[in-house]
Write a protein that binds this ligand. Structure first.
Ligand SMILES: Nc1ncnc2c1ncn2[C@@H]1O[C@H](COP(=O)(O)OP(=O)(O)OP(=O)(O)O)[C@@H](O)[C@H]1O
Ligand SMILES: [Mg+2]
Length: 139
């Protein structure tokens, strides 16, 4: 399924719609170049799950937690992680065991860490500046 997202707000609303389909244990992998819209989509997912917090990229910490919605959300960004061991060292396996939703920006940097049920989404920019998001069943 391919969606064209004309504005940042449409990307956010795409995330809101995706959130409505998510159950405990969901893992969402968001891939695409710098500025492609991964964090924008995350804001929508977090909003759609009922959190009042404005999601921001976990730049200096590995994970941001949004615990005030329908399901707890754990938001990772692998961009600044050195290697998979770095991610494991902060308790990645424990987060996978939580009955929540995991969102991972730049998940394709360490695809081996992502469990089989992961939903993979790839964002790209069109020449018009619009974004396109494509779901793929695996990396
Ligand atoms: N259609 C669109 N969808 C999403 N973002 C858009 C769109 N059009 C413009 N933008 C702008 O592009 C930027 C996307 O930034 P965002 O932080 O979501 O990217 P990212 O993929 O998370 O990047 P990074 O790899 O740095 O984490 C925002 O400034 C947003 O306003
Ligand atoms: Mg981001």
């Amino acid at each position: 399924m391919i969606h064209t997202l004309a504005t940042a707000d449409e990307t956010r609303m795409w995330g809101v719609a995706l959130a409505g389909t998510l159950q405990a244990g969901a893992v969402i992998a968001l891939c695409g170049h710098l500025g492609a819209g991964k964090t924008q989509a995350t804001k929508g997912i977090v909003e759609g799950l009922g959190s009042k917090i404005d999601a921001t990229s976990p730049t200096f910490t590995l994970v941001h937690e949004y615990l005030d919605g329908r399901l707890p959300v754990f938001h990772f960004d692998f961009y600044r992680m050195d290697d998979p061991a770095h991610v494991l060292s902060v308790g990645w396996d424990d987060f996978l065991d939580e009955a929540g939703v995991i969102i991972v920006e730049w998940a394709d940097l360490f695809p081996g860490l992502l469990p089989p049920q992961t939903k993979w989404f790839f964002f790209e920019s069109l020449p018009s500046g619009e974004r396109r998001v494509m779901e793929k069943s695996s990396s």
